[in-house]
Design a protein around this ligand. Structure first.
Ligand code: XMP
Length: 514
């Protein structure tokens, strides 16, 4: 395993992704939590120091724990990580005259294990640079192995101590061979075996769940989404009958979703499943409400009430399973008002375990989303489930903006949404799109249907591409596709007579309409 010390770079998570892709387990720990003792306890085979926004030349800027360099472990410093390593080991870092940002070419000057098999015949390596400061004098023991126009010490090495530093970012896709460079570090320099696979994770995690839970009973909230489905399938494999899943049907789900959950988990996986149809309760609580944030609050609170009542009815459960993922638990380094640590929380079910006084089982808390998908396939979940688009906790309630939620409006939206998704699947576009859905607009428009006048709802189609939901681009469908979808919706869905396409990106828009 590898330890990644985070100095607050925007792309630290990518280092972890790349390392895991090379079959090596790793974790990200914030620099201000890492001590020599914590490193010893984690027992890594090597340490990677991430980039970061601070300047080594400023007083009080972050440092690696002093004792790190005496532990006999290989260290790779990236950007800020390289600079602090140099500063701490007796080299010099100076503010750069020009910021170097973007693509650059590093020329390999000497043989180095980091570059094994990756630089081209003339020793050139395409890289991504993003830095202001740069190393200007090397610490004792180091030699230069690569240079670029803006960074004479773009890659450095102290082979005897196994310390390496790169000024560029091997973790980003703009450094095409960066993945191999990182694998050279983890495999060849640190000696990691590269055998961390989902199969190994599954076996290991099942043992861990059994050890944690013993003969206790675990309640798992199933939403039909990828994360909770994978948690349920994994727990079922680990503890069988000790697992009870609770599926709260809010009435705000897409067409056929509730039936699919029951068919998959109860009928196919043979998991004990409580299916609670609470749609009437949700609708009555939401009656008359149109404010998006109030709707979210009502739905969150109602969900907790219903879930808690169902869990108590099951009885005897000590543990609550949750699909918390690694990005939810990474302690992120924030530099606003000095280095501080904030922990992200899971917003939809916040407070539930404390309120119910249950212990948490979170078997996915070390995984990234795409790793959860791989694990889901490994566990035999169908592709349609594992590859599903994200769907918000408040469901269709936030896709009927500006008007009261009624069963009739939900049914109209569900019908349009099902047609849209059907056409997207038929066109083979489902997997290239991050999220696609219909929004039922609070306007009625005039149309002609046959010989008569219609006066019905307009709906908007939304489809975006994204890698993390933080930024998004609208998907550029061809007009024939949009025409086909509009035609089908207007002909097949009673209540909609006009269809529009949303061409807003995020930012400045958001993915959902409210
Ligand atoms: P926005 O609309 O903020 O959405 O661009 C980003 C991603 O988050 C989802 N989303 C939510 N998910 N509860 C959730 O569980 C919510 O209240 C919520 N609001 C938005 C949205 O579907 C998209 O994937």
């Amino acid at each position: 395993r590898i330890l990644i010390v985070d100095f607050g770079s925007q792309v630290t998570q990518l280092i972890a992704r790349r390392v895991r892709e090379s079959g090596v387990y790793c974790e990200i720990h914030p620099f201000n939590r890492v001590t020599v003792e914590s490193i010893r306890a984690f027992a890594p085979k090597g340490v990677i120091l991430s980039g970061g926004p601070a300047s080594v030349t400023e007083a009080g800027s972050p440092r690696a724990p002093e004792g790190l360099f005496s532990l006999g472990l290989p260290v790779l410093g990236i950007c800020y990580g390289q600079q602090t390593m140099c500063a701490q080991l007796g080299g010099t870092v100076e503010p750069g005259h020009d910021r170097e940002f973007g693509r650059a070419v590093v020329t390999q000057l000497a043989p180095c294990t980091l570059f094994d098999g990756i630089s081209s015949d003339n020793g050139a390596l395409e890289v991504w640079m993003s830095h202001g400061d740069r190393v200007t004098a090397l610490p004792p023991g180091f030699r230069v192995v690569g240079a670029s126009e803006g960074a004479p010490f773009a890659a450095i090495a102290d082979d005897a101590r196994h310390f390496y530093g790169v000024q560029f970012h091997p973790e980003v896709v703009h450094t095409p061979r960066g993945r191999e460079l990182l694998a050279n570090f983890t495999h060849r320099i640190c000696g990691c075996g590269g055998d961390w696979t989902m199969k190994a994770f599954r076996a290991h995690e099942i043992e861990r769940i059994r050890a944690q839970v013993g003969s206790g009973r675990v309640i798992c909230g199933l939403s039909g989404g990828v994360d909770s489905s994978v948690v349920a399938a994994l727990l079922h494999e680990a503890i069988g009958e000790q697992l009870v899943c609770v599926f709260v049907d809010t009435g705000l789900l897409r067409a056929g979703e509730a039936d699919q959950v029951v068919a998959l988990f109860r009928d196919r996986f043979n998991i004990k499943l409580v299916h609670k149809d609470a749609s009437a309760l949700f609708l009555s609580k939401l009656a008359g409400e149109t404010d998006p944030e109030k709707k979210r609050k009502i739905i969150g609170a109602t969900f907790i009430d219903v879930f808690e009542a169902e869990a108590r009815a099951v009885g005897g459960a000590e543990f609550l399973a949750q699909g918390t993922l690694y990005p939810d638990v990474i302690e992120s380094v924030s530099f606003t008002g000095g280095p501080s640590v904030t922990i992200k929380s899971h917003h939809n079910v916040g407070g539930l375990p404390e309120r119910m006084n249950m212990k948490l089982v979170e078997p996915l808390r070390e995984l990234f989303k795409d790793e959860v998908r791989v694990l889901g396939r490994e566990l035999g979940l169908p592709d349609e489930m594992v590859g599903r688009h994200p769907f918000p906790g408040p469901g269709l309630a936030i896709r009927i903006p500006g008007q009261e939620l009624t069963r009739e409006r939900l049914d109209i939206l569900r019908a349009a949404d099902a047609i849209y998704l059907d056409e997207i699947r038929k066109a083979g576009l489902y997997d290239v799109i991050w999220q696609a859905f219909c929004v039922l607009l609070p306007v009625r428009t005039v149309g002609v249907m046959g010989d008569s006048r219609s006066y019905d709802y307009a709906c908007a189609l939304r489809a975006v591409t994204s890698t993390d939901g933080m930024t998004a681009d609208f998907y550029p469908f061809d007009m024939a596709f949009l025409g086909r979808v509009a035609n089908r919706i207007i002909n097949e869905v009673k209540g909609i007579n006009r269809v529009t396409y949303d061409v807003t990106s995020k930012p400045p828009g958001t993915i959902e309409w409210e």
